[in-house]
Design a protein around this ligand. Sequence first.
Ligand code: PEP
Ligand code: MN
Length: 350
Amino acid sequence: MIIVTRKGVTDAEIDHIREKVEALGLRTHLSRGEYRTVIGCVGDEEKLDRLPLLSIPGVEEVHPVMKPYKLAAREFAAADTRIPLGSGELGGEEVFVVAGPCSVEGMEMLERTARAVRDAGARALRGGAYKPRTSPYSFHGLAEEGLRILSEVRERTGLPVVTEVMDTRQVDAVAAHADVLQIGARNMQNYNLLTEVGRLHRPVLLKRGMSATLREFLLAAEYVMKQGNTDVILCERGIRTFETMTRNTLDVSAIPVLKRESHLPVVADPSHAGGRSDLVAPLAYAAIAAGADGLIVEVHPEPEEALSDGEQSVTFGEFQETMEGLATFARAAGRTLAGPALATAEPAAD
Ligand code: PEP
Ligand code: MN
């Protein structure tokens, strides 16, 4: 159930409405937007029948939320969720780009990559220290050492870091270093892990499971939000289809559907979707054209030497070109894009 308050409602009136609802055993979530303020109520809605809600001062409208997800539903928030991160903001006007290697392989490669992607306009650095790999014989990441390298590179470059947490036992260690906790596609329905990261006050980048419906995806976000952590970023990373020429199929339609259904920021991962470096730029452009708030892209100094996902990793030069091409699509979608650092460092003409 959501309660829309009248224009000019006072804080005392809002507190009073919340007290009334909470006295019935429901939880309330306040969302203030520029134009309206809504109070979302979660719990046993039947109990609300006992309250003459419309007669409480400050209440203007009352609507049931029929969706299975509540906190993630668009109606539940007065405005789009914006998540400030480093020098940028996710879910705002600017297309927010996260870039970096699939795996943290060492200090030198990570720092070089961080500087290159930052100078091309990326706002955050990605890199896995714990890697979910299809084969148990593949490289599984540098674990704690990888986390320490990420922290060190954040200090040196100023870029916030996004890194994956695979297991509830790793949550504290990863949270000690990461600015954003990534939940991978294979863990989208790991409800214990979702609950655990929901207890933290740290943004979560939740990847869509490779066979998950959008309803399941939004319900996974709901698990995190239900614990109190409402900073969830939804990531479309391609789904399994019958196609074999691409690693996955980027579900472009998921982007506008998620934007319609939810107030949460939506990003796309063109690297895991296509599985090939030459597909990164076109899929990135398609995602932004479809309304995505950002991208997460795999970039490696030497893709052919990468310990994981080399085929889909772009070089520094390719990343820079992709960002340059992206500017047009960002503008067409009514958004801005952080440009290459060189562009702003140019001396003024005299
Ligand atoms: C990754 O980001 O490197 C990764 C493993 O992604 P996904 O969970 O989408 O496969
Ligand atoms: Mn990867």
